[in-house]
Design a protein around this ligand. Structure first.
Ligand code: GLV
Length: 312
């Protein structure tokens, strides 16, 4: 049975897969070209992939033998899920195992933006910290006791809420469907945006959440509020966000963007009040290993025609 792997994977995973299946591995850091992808997909029963490789209707339409897509990601917005399901292709992803790492990073970004960690680091490294302790050097804002608004209260939102309890924060939240989480006040999205000192996004990118945070909604946020995004760039109207950041009215901690990687001439590089990360929410040794293990189990189960451990 044949498997395509659309991105470079660690050696142990390659060995394991090669022992089980006839594999084609895409080894280059340059994304697999769409014609190569289509050709490989036309031959295989399984594909191991990730979020840098779009599996849209065009690439899946010739995949007549494909039984299972296993993505090393929790997000599946790079896959045309409806089309895959209409073709009876199973989809496996990696929820759960990256919840804590992503929640940790969201808290890290809240602290980094509020306490101006990147600016402080740059000041020291540039040798520009010349006159010691000063009463007004790099004054920031506290996470402790602030009001934090969580948009999306799935497992990651809930893990962030747990952490914020330790900082004595008031945690307010919005979710598309009703939830009850102890210690969290639920409210409508617009009220949340106008009440929070920090807003953190934890919703999946779907047709319903694309540009959920519109220009009008951004304008509801308090002056100097902080927007944290460890979910997906396309949840925000990015042009409007850039305007708010460029004017200095809002601050942001961003791990994700509409276009990844950011183009060399991206306006984000010059925006003040931001901490910018390269989509590393789940990037710890332990979590990445767990993601690979789960994705491999999804793939192998799908190839055997069994229920996937983490099916969509
Ligand atoms: C990362 O963004 C993921 O979806 O796992």
């Amino acid at each position: 049975m044949k498997v395509a792997v659309t991105f470079p994977i660690p050696e142990p995973a390659k060995t394991l897969l090669s022992d089980l299946f006839d594999c084609r591995f895409w080894e280059s850091e340059v994304p697999i070209p769409s014609d190569t992808l289509a050709e490989w997909l036309s031959e295989v029963e399984g594909v191991l992939t990730t979020l840098t490789c779009p599996l849209d209707e065009a690439s899946l339409s010739g995949a007549s033998h494909l039984k299972v897509i296993s993505t090393v990601s929790v997000g599946v917005d790079h896959i045309d899920v409806d089309f895959a399901k209409s073709q009876n292709i199973m989809i496996g992803h990696t929820p759960g195992v990256l919840t804590d790492s992503t929640a940790d990073l969201a808290i890290g970004l809240m602290l980094a933006v509020g306490r101006r960690l990147a600016e402080g680091d740059a000041l020291v490294r540039e040798g520009a910290w010349s006159d010691g302790w000063k009463p007004n050097l790099l004054l920031g804002t506290d996470l402790s006791k602030s009001t934090v608004g969580l948009v999306g209260m799935g497992p990651i939102g809930q893990a962030v809420a747990k952490r914020l309890a330790g900082f004595g924060c008031r945690v307010i939240a919005w979710n598309r469907t009703h939830r009850d989480v102890p210690g969290v006040e639920f409210m409508d999205l617009n009220t949340l945006l106008s009440s929070a000192d920090i807003v953190s996004l934890h919703t999946a990118l779907t047709d319903e959440t694309r540009e959920l945070i519109t220009r009008e909604r951004l304008s509801l946020m308090k002056d100097q509020a902080i927007l944290i995004n460890t979910a997906r760039g396309a949840i925000i109207d990015e042009v409007a966000l850039v305007d708010e950041l460029a004017s200095g009215r809002l601050r942001a901690g961003l791990d994700v963007y509409n276009e990844e990687p950011l183009p060399a001439d991206s306006v984000f590089h010059s925006l003040p009040g931001c901490v910018l990360l390269p989509h590393v929410g789940s990037a710890t040794q332990r979590t990445r290993q767990a993601m690979f293990e789960l994705a491999l189990r999804n793939l192998v189960s799908g190839m055997r025609g069994e229920t996937l451990p983490a099916a969509l």
